[in-house]
Write a new protein. Structure first.
Length: 106
């Protein structure tokens, strides 16, 4: 079975190395971890250099946020995702808690 990678339709974390014109240009990001209080973009990198592949639209390679309703076997099943700043870190803004799971607070 072939599955298309979920695409990042926008990213407003403009200080990330992989961001240019509010778009992510890395092949794939990893979102969060099982014990993270937020669905953080673990691929976020802040340097003075720009990286990534400019004619590539980034995607979600792995989602480790077990409390997300769109996490199916650690793969994202959302139609697409957006990444944005939550407090001082980048998060997956498409995150939706599973029924009975707590919402992000940190």
């Amino acid at each position: 079975m072939e599955k298309e990678m979920v695409r990042i339709t926008s990213c407003n974390v403009t200080d990330c190395t992989y961001n240019k014109h509010n778009a992510c240009h890395t092949l794939a990001i990893t979102v969060g971890g099982p014990n993270d209080p937020c669905p953080s973009c673990d691929t976020y990198l802040h340097t003075s250099q720009k990286g990534g592949i400019l004619d590539l639209q980034g995607g979600v390679g792995a989602c480790k946020v077990e409390s997300c309703a769109m996490n199916k076997s650690f793969e994202c099943s959302a139609p697409s995702v957006t990444i944005g700043k939550h407090m001082s870190h980048p998060d997956c803004m498409t995150f939706k808690p599973k029924s009975g799971a707590s919402k992000k607070t940190v």
